[in-house]
Design a protein around this ligand. Structure first.
Ligand code: FAD
Length: 467
């Protein structure tokens, strides 16, 4: 194609060649289109392209490259670090590509690169099937899966990335390819946790499992002063479980919403939240001990539709609020760490903030280390302090708090983190390398083969081998 010299020319070329919409500064919908979920991110792309099909994505990649415009790819727009947008570059926004097609005989689902977990769960649950997603339904399947994907099915059926069986990808040279276990298997390996480094995924295909439609769910909040007993008991239950229970321990403050009696609002808690991936009755029995770790403040456990479990956290994360989330892998949960977490939540500058402890293992840990690009999957705990607040003037205090939680808990930065909870990616390459660990070099070789010029760099970026 004829190279484009300016962003205006890029927009004109896209309007002429791409099926979809093109938005530029000054358009009535530009402001709405440039914003992503995290209100901390305030960037102004030169062009936002919303293609309808993979060939439109390919056109957008070609146009951006011909005009030397940096590319950002947006799936669900929920990347906490704001990687789904860019200042001055071209955003390829896949929000018009959300079709979901279930094959109930093969037990597979195909979903467009802009789909959310709500789109996928709605379609698959019509057949009593599901694939592992995250715990908030509004997040994109793209960023979550490409980064790993931990949710309420991870200890039973693994990460989202583990269930990715094929994908359609637009590569850096604009070609459109499919990858699966027998065709370009190394590319599939890289997409399973290696981030958006290798191209734009326009279709994801996942394996499905029978789940629900009703499942057993534990949702119990205990007083914070019972934290030691609650966290130790929680840990023992998960250690004894063979993978049916996927859970989260959460420290926070009860929000002032109607679900809770007014006298409970603002009270500090340590919570146990868990889903059982099997029969409801057996599940309620299996989850019972999680409900008896101390005297609860409130216990909202019970059988509920799987799609409701998938949305239970949605109201806690409104778009436009400010967010800064970090994470660290931990081999063990020491008494010193528990003490530090209790102290940290008590001094959290925002009552919306939480400290989440993901108790992993199960199927997530059983997948061989070299089977996917996801790093250090065997580590049993992921600690993730989440600062959630509203006012820009509180940015500094909340960001500082998040960092101090990891320090106070005695985490080892060299052990890496979960790259979907990376702060604002300010630690850059060092965090990416420590988090991928043993898979980094293989990813760098794959990057060299598929994207030697690092066209797709606005992500958990792996540098092409040799650089
Ligand atoms: C409220 C909330 C809850 C969350 N809960 C969980 C959870 O339970 N479990 C969990 O594992 N994670 C969770 N996360 C983290 C989440 O996995 C990441 O924020 C993820 O990046 C979101 O994906 P997205 O498609 O919405 O993001 P986007 O901002 O659209 O993109 C994220 C990254 O992926 C790249 N990308 C996006 N689409 C594509 C594509 N089609 N092809 C190639 N690259 C692409 C982007 O360039 C960017 O680097 C949560 C995040 C939020 C905000």
């Amino acid at each position: 194609m004829t190279p484009v010299a300016t962003a205006d020319e890029a927009a004109s070329a896209l309007r002429a060649r791409m099926t979809g919409s093109v938005i530029v500064p000054g358009d009535a919908d530009y402001d709405a289109a440039r914003h992503v979920w995290n209100g901390m991110i305030d960037l102004r792309p030169a062009v936002i392209a919303r293609p309808h099909r993979a060939d439109g994505v390919a056109t957008a990649v070609e146009v951006a490259r011909s005009g030397d415009l940096q590319i950002a790819v947006r799936g669900g727009g929920h990347n906490v670090a704001g990687l789904g947008t860019i200042d001055g570059g071209l955003v390829i926004d896949l929000s018009m590509m959300r079709d979901v097609e279930v094959d109930p005989i093969r037990r597979t689902v195909r979903a467009g690169g802009g789909a959310t977990w709500a789109d996928v769960d709605r379609a698959t649950q019509s057949f009593g099937l599901a694939t592992p997603g995250g715990v908030v339904s509004e997040t994109g399947i793209a960023g979550l899966t490409l980064g790993g994907g931990m949710g309420w099915l991870r200890r039973r059926h693994g990460l989202s990335a583990d269930n990715l069986i094929s994908a359609e990808v637009v590569l850096a040279d604009g070609s459109i390819v499919w990858t699966n276990e027998s065709e370009r298997p190394e590319l599939l390996w890289g997409l399973r946790g290696g981030g958006g480094n290798f191209g734009v995924v326009t279709t994801f295909e996942f394996r499905l499992h029978p789940v629900g439609p009703e499942v057993a769910f534990a949702y119990v909040l205990y007083p914070l002063d019972a934290a030691r007993a609650v966290l130790r008991g929680h840990e023992q239950i998960i250690n004894a479980d063979t993978g049916d229970i996927s859970s989260l321990a959460v420290l926070g403050h009860i929000p002032p919403i109607d679900d809770f009696a007014p006298e409970l609002h603002g009270r500090a808690f340590v919570g146990a939240l868990a889903m059982y991936a099997g029969e409801v009755e057996a599940g309620m029995d299996a989850l019972q001990p999680l409900r008896e770790l101390a005297t609860p403040i409130v216990d909202m456990s019970g059988p509920m539709p799987f799609v409701e479990v998938q949305t239970i956290y949605d109201p806690d994360y409104p778009a436009g609020h400010r967010y800064y989330w970090k994470s660290a892998r931990m081999d063990r949960l020491s008494d010193t760490t528990i003490g530090a977490l209790v102290e940290a939540i008590e001094r959290a500058p925002s009552a919306h903030s939480t400290i989440d402890l993901w108790l992993n293992g199960g199927a997530m840990a059983e997948v061989p280390a070299d089977a996917t690009a996801f790093g250090s999957r065997e580590v049993p705990y992921l600690l993730s302090p989440e600062a959630n607040w509203e006012r820009p003037e509180d940015d500094e205090t909340n960001i500082a708090w998040t960092r101090t939680v990891l320090d106070a808990a005695g985490t080892d930065r060299a052990a890496g983190s979960y790259l979907n909870f990376p702060g604002l990616h300010e630690e850059g390459d060092a965090l990416v390398r420590s988090s991928f660990g043993s898979t980094y070099d293989r990813l760098a070789t794959l990057k060299r083969a598929y994207d030697p010029e690092n066209v797709f760099r606005r992500n958990q970026n792996v540098l092409p081998a040799g650089e």
